[in-house]
Design a binder for this molecule. Structure first.
Ligand SMILES: [Zn+2]
Length: 521
């Protein structure tokens, strides 16, 4: 291990319970969005529309530049209508009730980033956009929520969010630099040394490559290319700009790009996940397929033929079946039989019970987020009923059928702290020790052991990135990416689940260098 002097752990006898683990890997997060979220209005946990209005007001009042300029866009993240009663979507008019906010451009992302809530002025800007649909026009893979008179309420879902993103100023490299710095700080302080960056456009990948060349990536980033919405097969453009980008064994690069991210459906919280049967609490809806069903397999085939790993977002049980069918067809085709393709399903959140075993039998990686389970479990049964909930976040079923489970947090949708992920994985309880099914956890048979959960945040996440031979374990000739905790998080006798959840990182090392050291060590 190269690098600076390194204290010998426990040698003084003062802290014998500390433990060292391989650097933790978040298989699915959003790096720049994490930095962006830190500088945006934080709406996570807000329990009423009024509380959200107050948080936005406080944000504006605390920033003289924003306060003085009514034309600036104000962005926020984290609202969740399931937290208030009745659990209905907010509307643009709600934001007009505040004198401070009434004439401002405000865009607030739902906690799952699959819906936007716009202020009246922001909505007016978006409606003036060239492609904004008339009331009688459907949006493929998206929805403009409308009042009975046909006027938009200010909520845009999934593909309809693109009408807003076309109007909101896009990020400059200066913005990206700020977001990257903030994100790296908050990842290293929770022991994360490698991230699957689960949707990066070509400009972002260009930016990350420049930063990598300058040596300013402190965290390893496994970038997953997200093509523009109107160009789902952007592999030629990607090739023109130098992607895929594989690390050369001799170089110290920390950016790898060999994966494309596809989106098969929306998310559960906004009724966007594509289900076989209608939602229990919205019988007229089965959710949204973001790729027409007939296009899923040809699109995956295109990317596999172009030698990219494919990672497809699928949350609803129908989206998961369709994606597994498509992967099966590609994996068993004569052109690709026997190749090490490692296709991934991102989220794999709601599964028909007979689909849980297909991850193992097909060799499809399930990239799942334990904290999504414990954040969502309060409303899942209401939304899809008890029977379908048995296949929700079915980690143990996927594993016991031989599937590979790469774990992550989907930050900034959830906090990046992997100890929160381990806690959720081993308990299926919220942070207070509660679940809709009591203190044993929600569908406790799907809980993971500590070792299984740690495997998901290390070895399996490394495998999902073709790096199991150099990463995800403490081993000679592996990368010296390490994390030291203030307690032995793997010792079930001495560290309870809630103590595990509260564990603090003392040191984080990348390539043998201390890149984070706690002031409390
Ligand atoms: Zn994500």
């Amino acid at each position: 291990m190269a690098g600076q002097a390194w204290p010998v752990l426990g040698s003084s006898g003062s802290a014998p319970n500390q433990c060292m683990l391989p650097g933790l890997q978040d298989a699915h997060g959003h790096v720049l969005e994490l930095g962006w979220s830190i500088s945006s209005v934080n709406l996570v946990g807000a329990s009423s529309v009024q509380e959200i209005i107050e948080r936005v007001e406080n944000y504006v009042e605390a920033r003289p530049d924003v306060l003085a300029d009514e034309d600036l866009w104000i962005e926020g993240l984290g609202w969740d209508q399931t937290r208030w009663s009745p659990p209905i979507f907010p509307a643009a008019s709600d934001l007009a009730s505040s004198r401070l906010l009434a004439n401002r451009r405000i865009s607030l992302r739902r906690v799952d980033v699959h819906a936007l809530w716009l202020s009246p002025r922001a909505l007016a800007d978006v409606e003036r956009g060239a492609r904004f649909p008339r009331p009688d026009q459907d949006v493929p893979g998206g929805l403009v929520v409308r009042a009975p008179d046909g006027s938009p309420t200010g909520i845009l879902i999934d593909r309809a969010m693109e009408f807003a993103y076309a109007v909101i100023p896009s990020w400059t490299d200066e913005d990206r630099s700020r977001y990257l710095s903030a994100a790296q700080r908050s990842l290293l302080e929770v022991g994360i040394t490698s991230v699957g960056d689960a949707a990066a456009d070509l400009d972002t990948l260009d930016f990350l490559r420049k930063r990598d060349a300058q040596g300013s990536l402190a965290v390893r980033i496994y970038g997953m290319l997200a093509c523009p919405a109107n160009s789902a097969r952007c592999s030629d453009e990607a090739a023109r700009r130098g992607f895929p980008l594989l690390p050369s064994p001799s170089a110290s690069n920390r950016l790898t790009v060999r994966t494309v991210k596809l989106f098969a459906d929306g998310a559960l919280g906004s009724w966007g996940s594509a289900m076989w049967d209608p939602y229990a609490d919205r019988p007229a809806s089965n959710g949204l397929l973001l790729i027409p069903e007939a296009d899923v397999q040809p699109l995956i085939q295109h990317w596999v033929d172009a030698a990219w790993q494919v990672a497809t977002h699928a949350i609803g049980d129908r989206a998961n079946s369709i994606v597994l069918d498509a992967y099966e067809a590609v994996l068993t085709s004569s052109a690709h039989e026997g190749k090490d393709l490692r296709p991934r399903v991102e989220h794999a959140q709601l599964l028909r019970l007979n689909d849980t075993a297909r991850f193992g039998s097909l060799g499809v990686i399930a990239s799942m987020q334990p904290t999504h389970c414990t954040s969502d479990m309060g409303y899942v049964e209401h939304r899809i009923g008890l029977e379908r909930s048995r296949g929700a976040y079915a980690w143990q079923s996927v594993l016991s059928a031989g599937g590979l489970l790469a774990l992550g947090s989907d930050f900034p949708v959830e906090l990046p702290n992997p100890m929160h992920g381990l806690y959720s994985a081993i308990t299926r309880l919220d942070s207070q020790g509660h679940s809709p099914h009591g203190s044993k956890g929600w569908f406790p048979k799907e809980r993971l052991t500590r070792a299984q959960a740690l495997h998901g945040f290390t070895r399996a996440a490394a495998h999902a990135q073709f790096e199991e031979h150099i990463s995800g374990a403490i081993h000679p000739n592996f990368r010296a990416d390490l994390v030291v905790f203030d307690r032995d998080v793997m010792d079930e006798g001495r560290t309870s689940p809630s103590q595990l959840r509260a564990a603090q990182v003392l040191y984080t090392l990348v390539d043998g260098h201390v890149v984070y050291a706690s002031t409390q060590r």
